[in-house]
Ligand binder design. Sequence first.
Ligand SMILES: [Zn+2]
Ligand SMILES: [Zn+2]
Length: 145
Amino acid sequence: MGLWRCQSPSCSEDLHGRLGFDFEADQPKCPKCARTNIPGRPERITKLAVIHYDPPTEEIVDGFKRGLNEWACQPGKTWKGGHATGDAIAVNCPACKKTEIWRKGMEAMGEAVTPPEADFALAVDPETKVIRLADTLGDRESCCG
Ligand SMILES: [Zn+2]
Ligand SMILES: [Zn+2]
């Protein structure tokens, strides 16, 4: 299983138009547009290095805040190689980003994270001006182009 980024602008879900749609898969095939890489042509699907969250502690060593030296997605397991950071914003590990400790790390950096129970799309009916869940009428696919 790897972490991949489809670089098609049409697959991006970023509200600010940033390029890329990240997904986990065994092969570099985008689940949205079904594109794969073509040998001899520039990559359309790029393999990403997985960056885990190493929650910072209050301990300062050589001027740096020491981390727990374990990944948020595998608590209690001592870190051995791989990429990890105490910068919650730089983390791209999907499993780390589901943890409460990562969400708290984001909050500590002034970044609000929507908790899963509040992560849903709303839609306004243009005629009635009534707000409802976008998913209930299948608007989610067509709402954002
Ligand atoms: Zn795609
Ligand atoms: Zn992780």
